[in-house]
Design a protein around this ligand. Structure first.
Ligand code: SF4
Length: 626
């Protein structure tokens, strides 16, 4: 058998040809493999034999087929009893193998979600980056950390839910200030029962789901109950909450007159990539949009949509009554059945050709286009900043991968070198490292820099395009000297530090008093710094990297100080040795939480006897009887 992908017939290797001939005309899943044995495509078919033959006889006209077929050297298949079984198996295999020619949407890691662990008696909302299949409920994702934080802040203003960490919640003996200002009903010390607290949680969930009408009904009912029971303070608080919810609901735009819950999918294609946008409509109002990073694919829209629907709803706890898509997908019936099963109620998969639903698809598509263009513009800004830096600083390479080192200490003690890595202007956390400076006495930044760079570059592994140090001429000279010691002479090194560029510096900057406050770039072997503020995009690019190195170091120092506090305070308690100090630190985290803990909480820590618990509390709270 032969195929004809691009008018040149490729002969099929004999063993593969034999396998293709042996495929039964049954429903099932097929796995295509390349010469190395890697699975490069997983698909399902009602009739495996005719589907596979279509690939190799040129009858399948999808754009990606010629590329795929030219790489296939082997294939396996699994026969199933029903199309649905094939659908589920295909899903599992795609998730497991992530084959190159299937359309796979990556999670957008820049998004934040709110997590609520409803299995707890008194759960709290938490801001998280990753949605896990851990039994908790997730809301969002939100387009930015700021949007998610604002939502959380607003949620806490509306509903008196706890904000404290689980550890603190478990060890409190008195409610915190949040209770005093009516922002929390004080479940930590039993001031509210589980049922009552659950009502607030339910209301908050309705709010996050965009069910304004239902939430308002519920709040109004509770206000009437409170008034009837002569709880006037509570009734007044509920009245304020109702007014706040009404204002929010008014701001949400009504886009659908039938008050349905819908997800509307829009696709935009450009430069060989597909950008997706999902418009979430709850009770007829737009709750927000969701997106995935663009994927590069030659697959047709129908195939992209089919993959997208499966991947999206596989991890999405909420499934609306109606899913609106721009065009029909091959496995639409099975998909609708699968969605209905997941939802526990009927789900309609709708392909509108005219009318309001078609308009919504248009809005989703426009949003997808807007997202794609905005991301591309941001990418181009980064590219432009990198090109500017290369030209103005005469770098050997485009600074795609930049590493930045910052040496810091606390009052001359505990020196550390923080190293952060940015790829194409974005932080790359896999390249973050912390070095505890060991061989240096006292506050000596140069010696610290020498040690850290020796440890990082010894072995010359994975060199960046540019090394940046936080500092001026001295730090740059030290960095260059260290690299030379290690035989690295071809790596560009710059320093970023505040200071004024003298008149007549070769970049033409004139001396101005205010320039003292500005960052300049110091280059190896050059006396005067470069007045980079003339190029704001380039300056911003470098400042973001330098500030991240600072932040990384400061976070580390703060954590270390907290631990040291606990250690140093507990040093004076008789009977508390290193092991017990560590156990207490693990359990309570910081000295404040430990101070507020109850005797029983301390006794729960291995090695802490009732007497020692009493001793520790007396020591930490001298004014209070323990
Ligand atoms: S009052 Fe209690 S439950 Fe509420 S936030 Fe404060 S510590 Fe947490």
């Amino acid at each position: 058998m032969q195929n004809d992908p691009s008018n040149s017939r490729i002969s099929i290797p004999e063993p593969l040809d034999r396998k293709i001939r042996a495929i039964p005309p049954r429903t099932g899943v097929y796995l295509m493999k390349d010469a190395g044995g890697s699975i490069i495509y997983v698909g399902k078919a009602k009739n495996l034999r005719s589907r596979i033959r279509n690939y190799f006889q040129g009858a399948d006209t999808r754009a990606m087929v010629p590329f795929l077929v030219s790489r296939v050297r082997d294939l396996d298949f699994v026969v199933t009893n029903t199309e649905k079984e094939a659908f589920l198996l295909e899903n599992t295999l795609i998730k497991e193998h992530r084959p190159r020619y299937n359309v796979i949407f990556r999670d957008d890691k820049t998004y934040f979600s709110l997590r609520l662990d409803t299995r707890q008696d008194f759960p709290a909302f938490r801001l998280v980056r990753k949605i896990r299949k851990d039994g908790a409920r997730y809301f969002g994702p939100y387009p930015s950390g700021l949007a998610a934080r604002e939502t959380l802040k607003y949620l806490h203003r509306l509903f008196p839910l706890r904000t404290c960490k689980d550890r603190e919640f478990a060890t409190r003996r008195r409610p915190c200030i949040e209770y005093g200002i009516h922002n929390c009903v004080g479940p930590c010390v039993g001031l509210v029962g589980r049922e009552e607290y659950r009502k607030y949680i339910d209301a908050a969930v309705l709010f996050l789901e965009g069910r304004g009408a239902k939430l308002l009904d519920l709040l109004k009912k509770r206000m009437a109950e409170a008034a009837e029971n002569l709880e006037f303070e509570e009734a007044a608080r509920l009245r304020d909450r109702i007014a706040a919810v009404e204002t929010t609901v008014e701001k949400q735009r009504m886009v659908s007159a039938d008050f349905k819950d819908q997800d509307v999918f829009g696709l935009h294609r450009e430069d060989g990539q597909v950008q997706v946008c999902i418009l979430c409509i709850r009770e007829g109002k737009t709750l927000g949009t969701k997106k995935f990073p663009p994927v590069r694919t030659a697959a047709a829209d129908a195939e992209v949509l089919s993959s997208l629907l499966r991947q999206y709803y596989d991890g999405e706890p909420f499934i609306p009554a109606e899913v609106v898509i721009p065009e029909a997908v091959e496995d639409g019936d099975v998909l609708a059945e699968w969605l209905s099963e997941k939802r526990g109620k009927r789900v309609d998969l709708v392909v509108p050709h005219r009318g309001p639903r078609r308009d919504l698809v248009g809005i989703a598509r426009q949003n997808a286009e807007g997202l794609f263009r905005a991301e591309r513009a941001a990418r181009m800004d980064e590219e432009a900043a990198m090109a500017l830096l290369r030209d103005k600083l005469h770098l050997h390479r485009l600074p795609r991968r930049v590493e930045c080192v910052d040496i810091s200490n606390i009052g001359g003690e505990m020196p550390v070198g923080s190293l952060v890595t940015f790829s194409d202007g974005k932080p790359d956390k896999s390249g973050y490292r912390l070095f505890h400076v060991r061989g240096v006495e006292g506050p000596d930044d140069y010696a610290g820099m020498h040690e850290v760079l020796r440890r990082r570059f010894d072995g010359r592994e994975n060199l960046p395009d540019l090394l940046m140090v936080d500092g001026g001429r001295g730090q740059v000279s030290m960095a260059v000297r260290t690299l030379r010691e290690l035989g690295i002479g071809d790596l560009d090194v710059i320093g970023l530090a505040k200071g004024s560029a003298p008149a007549g510096s070769s970049d033409g900057a004139r001396r101005r008093p205010s320039m003292k406050e500005q960052d300049h770039v110091y280059l190896a072997g050059r006396k005067d710094p470069v007045y980079i503020a003339k190029y704001p995009a380039a300056l911003l690019f470098l400042q973001r990297i330098r500030d991240e190195a600072h932040r990384f170091a400061v976070t580390h120092h703060r954590r270390r100080m907290e631990k040291r506090d606990v250690h140093s305070v507990l040093d004076d308690v008789p009977g508390v040795g290193t092991a017990k100090k560590k156990a207490l630190l693990r359990r309570f985290g910081d000295i404040d939480t430990l101070r507020r803990a109850g005797r029983e909480d301390l006794e729960a820590v291995p090695g802490i006897t009732p007497r020692l618990a009493e001793e520790i509390l007396r020591f930490l709270n001298p004014a209070e009887p323990s």
